[in-house]
Design a protein around this ligand. Sequence first.
Ligand SMILES: [Zn+2]
Length: 130
Amino acid sequence: MKICSREYRLGEFERYCKEWIWVFGIKDWTCSYRYGANVGCSAEVQYNTKSRQATLLIPKTRVKGEQLRLSALHEIWHLLMADLTTMAEGAVSGDRVLCEEHKIIARMENYIKKDCVAKKSKGKKKGGCK
Ligand SMILES: [Zn+2]
């Protein structure tokens, strides 16, 4: 059976998400994967902290392989902070919480990018760094 490239891309995104879920030991969420991220987003996560259901989405437009992997990581970090974020949104505006959440994620993304560059320069390509 031929798998069309769109289906493959969603499967690839799901594999990346599951890899990061395993890396961070996230065991208390039931995740599903589908197309439908908002225009302009490379990925998106929607969750309910009470039901512990999360949906990870990618757009219908094309996202390149490494970007797809990093987008999966970005969304899994959102999921990792979901309980804290939800609690904080009760105290201050959701926009302010999301802004602070993105500051933390940007620092972690910068670390990952620097780590990949360091591994590349030493010729120790590991962990999917390109
Ligand atoms: Zn984000």
